[in-house]
Design a binder for this molecule. Structure first.
Ligand SMILES: *[C@@H]1O[C@H](CO)[C@@H](O)[C@H](O)[C@H]1NC(C)=O
Ligand SMILES: *[C@@H]1O[C@H](CO)[C@@H](O)[C@H](O)[C@H]1NC(C)=O
Ligand SMILES: *[C@@H]1O[C@H](CO)[C@@H](O)[C@H](O)[C@H]1NC(C)=O
Ligand SMILES: *[C@@H]1O[C@H](CO)[C@@H](O)[C@H](O)[C@H]1NC(C)=O
Ligand SMILES: *[C@@H]1O[C@H](CO)[C@@H](O)[C@H](O)[C@H]1NC(C)=O
Ligand SMILES: *[C@@H]1O[C@H](CO)[C@@H](O)[C@H](O)[C@H]1NC(C)=O
Length: 318
């Protein structure tokens, strides 16, 4: 009872913060390394067009709640793509919108960051429309988002589809679960947001979505309460994000070594590992994924980097 006035007062404070955070999102393109980039307002994406090499794909990365361009998760993904050199590497920098405020994690998330995720997603969609009207082939784009960033990417795909532009691919790295499933579902990422949606689940019991929301859903170490090497932690401390963050660890490794995470199709966690027939359907996490594959795919990992177990990862850890 006594918490209720506090709750509403905080909500009012947050709503006061909204206008300040809005319209600050930036778009960056990196020139071969993390410390050399050009940035522009997300609303003025055409300024980056001269820096985009149109003969290769453009990967747009969106980080999650309370993350930044310098977060470990962010730099893991960006540096993997920069190292491979087969895509233009862009970043949606929504630092201010994504930040938590002094009123606390949960209130910031619910009243500020989730509404702004939708707003930034629509802005990103409009930026992609504008770029495509000015010479960037939308078929040469790929959106990758972690946590709430995956939901942002979903809203972007929804926005481009309103202009009949189907993005070829959106990758969700442990898409944020809270307020995106169950009773309060903000309808972010789902299979209709792009021609192909690949999703990696690493923390379905806590910060990630619990159900399949992609064309292909990868379930790492399914049935385990936390990822190998992480410990059960019900606080909201840094440590409690261990499994959620593993999605970036696994995916960046998959980008660097394209066939390092073969994954096998199964209908659910409990049937994974039961069917060892040679006809089992296998695809790969990362850019070697078969875009005609559909359904749930499973793999197990090591507890530390390198996480890949190669083909030994096709069965659950003992
Ligand atoms: C940064 O990238 C630009 C464009 O590729 C290049 O001209 C410039 O030399 C780079 N700067 C540094 C310090 O590497
Ligand atoms: C664009 O990418 C292609 C393929 O990697 C490369 O051959 C070409 O040199 C690049 N163009 C520029 C202007 O960097
Ligand atoms: C990577 O791209 C840069 C230009 O951005 C080019 O100078 C370099 O040769 C490329 N490296 C490889 C391995 O393709
Ligand atoms: C993109 O690919 C689709 C087929 O998947 C094709 O119909 C469309 O013309 C392509 N768009 C461009 C701009 O090349
Ligand atoms: C898991 O999949 C198997 C094989 O399709 C099925 O028989 C079983 O009922 C499923 N289990 C659950 C819990 O859904
Ligand atoms: C085993 O997997 C293959 C390929 O996915 C499938 O055709 C077959 O029906 C499965 N067998 C059982 C017993 O689930």
């Amino acid at each position: 009872m006594s918490l209720l006035p506090h709750f509403f007062a905080s909500a009012v404070v947050i709503i006061g913060i909204l206008p300040w955070a809005i319209e600050t999102a930036q778009l960056r393109i990196y020139h071969g390394s993390l410390n050399n980039y050009t940035a522009t307002e997300l609303e003025e994406p055409l300024k980056l067009l001269p820096f985009i090499n149109k003969s290769i794909k453009s990967m747009f990365y969106v980080f999650g709640f309370s993350e930044t361009p310098e977060s470990t998760d962010t730099t893991l993904i960006l540096s993997a793509y920069l190292k491979k050199n087969y895509t233009n590497v862009l970043l949606v920098d929504w630092l201010k919108e994504a930040s938590k405020e002094f009123v606390g994690e949960e209130l910031s998330y619910a009243f500020k960051v989730v509404p702004l995720a939708r707003y930034v997603g629509i802005q990103l969609g409009k930026a992609l429309i504008s770029l495509s009207e000015n010479g960037l082939d939308p078929n040469m784009t790929h959106l990758v988002g972690h946590s709430l960033g995956a939901q942002v990417a979903g809203f972007a795909g929804e926005t481009t589809r309103e202009k009949n532009i189907w993005l070829p691919r959106i990758t969700g790295l442990d898409p944020a679960g809270p307020l995106f499933q169950g009773v309060v579902n903000n309808n972010g990422l789902n299979p209709s947001r792009a021609k192909f949606v690949d999703v990696l689940h690493t923390d379905p019991r806590r910060y990630g979505v619990i159900s399949s929301i992609g064309s292909v859903d990868f379930w790492a170490n399914c049935n385990l309460e936390v990822q190998p090497g992480c410990t059960v932690d019900n606080s909201d401390s840094e440590n409690s994000f261990c499994s959620h963050q593993r999605s970036c660890g696994y995916f960046s490794e998959a980008i660097l070594n394209p066939q390092s995470f073969p994954a096998v199709q199964a209908s659910n966690c409990s049937s994974w590992g039961q069917n060892t027939s040679n006809s089992a359907v296998i695809t790969f996490l990362g850019d070697a994924v078969d875009i005609s594959a559909r359904g749930n795919f499973y793999f197990s990992t090591n507890s530390g980097s390198p996480y890949s177990k190669g083909r030994n990862g096709l069965v659950p850890n003992k």
